[in-house]
Ligand binder design. Structure first.
Ligand SMILES: Nc1ncnc2c1ncn2[C@@H]1O[C@H](COP(=O)(O)OP(=O)(O)OP(=O)(O)O)[C@@H](O)[C@H]1O
Ligand SMILES: [Mg+2]
Length: 345
């Protein structure tokens, strides 16, 4: 399936349905939605109670009859109906009315690099339910590369690493196409999980999911690099007694705990480089790797990759929104007129 820039320019809105966040770009209006991919549902009557930020805040704090669900998992839509309801609410009545007025509503969406036909269909179905008559799919890697301003259309290699919540996708692009790519099912969620498991095993402490980020920030500049304070105080709940307790966490030990998921990412980079033609690898040695995606902000990750690969590593200006911004640039016709073949492997 080939999608040309011409077809993308005719789209009215673009959606990036991520495992962690949902982002919507409306042509002429810009990025209008950037919220967690979560919905809180009343299980007694099926009513939607909250979506996005509000629903995310409810996670782990709801009475038994309210359930916080995530309609996107591992980068694909797993509950089409819920994804549609969530998107409708996130867009709001005013925007929906504006989109409904278009005679033949067209939408674009980005899908993970190796999305199978079922996952692609789920993304299409979700947007058709929102009123789209035609849906164009773009590979997330291409969208993100365009969004962070990499010169993808040139005959020079660019390496991009999309660090999402559920997966990390790595690719070498040249002449507007993907030369080699790899998708590692390890992302920000796996890193968070490794930290939570470490505290549970080493300190018998249960960490609320919201406390993982402060710990990462505390690790900043010392968690993945060997400088800075050796310990950080963390609040949690004792596994045995259930009582609140705070412990001093050794940052070096946390660094070791998150090595396992990060090793898988390093293996992915190695595989992409091995599969890449030698002429392009020479370009990459100078240009380095561009990191995008929310997890690119993980403190010290860039430094670790620099050390492990010996290549320059850059973080995009707004790494989290690169993919949707790239889709936006395609919709607005802001990139070179060149035929993209975003779904070609
Ligand atoms: N400042 C930060 N430091 C560390 N991690 C962060 C930061 N900001 C976001 N993240 C992590 O980034 C992830 C979200 O990234 P992103 O928004 O790219 O995901 P997504 O597009 O929803 O996921 P996917 O593309 O895998 O479906 C989360 O796992 C979150 O924990
Ligand atoms: Mg994403």
């Amino acid at each position: 399936m080939t999608v040309s820039l011409d077809q993308l320019r005719r789209c009215h809105f673009a959606v990036d349905l991520g495992a962690a966040r949902t982002r919507v770009y409306v042509k002429g209006a810009g990025l209008v939605v950037d919220q967690p991919s979560a919905a809180a549902v009343n299980t007694r009557n099926g009513a939607l109670i909250a979506v996005g930020e509000l629903a995310e805040k409810m996670t782990g704090r709801t009475p038994s009859y309210i359930r916080v669900v995530r309609p996107v998992s591992g980068g694909t839509v797993v509950d089409i109906e819920m994804a549609q309801r969530m998107l409708r609410h996130l867009l709001g009545e005013r925007l929906r009315r504006k989109l409904r007025r278009k005679p033949r509503l067209r939408a674009a969406a980005c899908t993970p690099h190796d999305a199978d036909p079922l996952a692609q269909r789920a993304a299409i179905e979700t947007l058709v339910g929102l009123g789209a008559r035609r849906v164009e799919l773009v590979d997330t890697l291409v969208a993100a590369a365009v969004g962070c301003g990499l010169p993808v259309e040139q005959a020079e290699a660019s390496m991009i690493m999309v660090c999402g919540a559920a997966a990390t996708q790595i690719a070498v692009l040249s002449l507007g196409n993907i030369v080699t790519a790899e998708r590692v099912p390890v992302g920000g969620e796996a890193v968070d999980h490794a930290i939570v498991q470490h505290l549970r095993h080493e300190h018998a402490l249960m960490l609320p999911s919201q406390s993982v980020r402060p710990l990462q920030v505390a690790l900043s500049g010392n968690g993945l690099t060997p400088h800075g304070p050796a310990a950080t105080e963390i609040q949690g709940r004792d596994v045995a007694t259930g009582l609140a307790r705070s412990v001093l966490v050794d940052t070096a030990a946390v660094r070791i705990a998150i090595q396992t998921p990060l090793t898988a990412v390093l293996d992915g980079i190695g595989k992409v480089l091995r599969d890449c033609p030698p002429d392009l690898v020479a370009d990459l040695a100078d240009r380095g790797i561009m990191m995008v995606g929310g997890s690119a902000l993980l403190p010290g990750l860039d430094q670790m990759l620099r050390q492990a690969t010996g290549m320059p590593v850059h973080i995009a200006e707004r790494p989290d929104i690169c993919a949707v911004q790239g889709l936006g640039a395609m919709l607005e016709g802001r990139i070179q007129p060149l035929v993209l073949n975003p779904l070609a492997a």
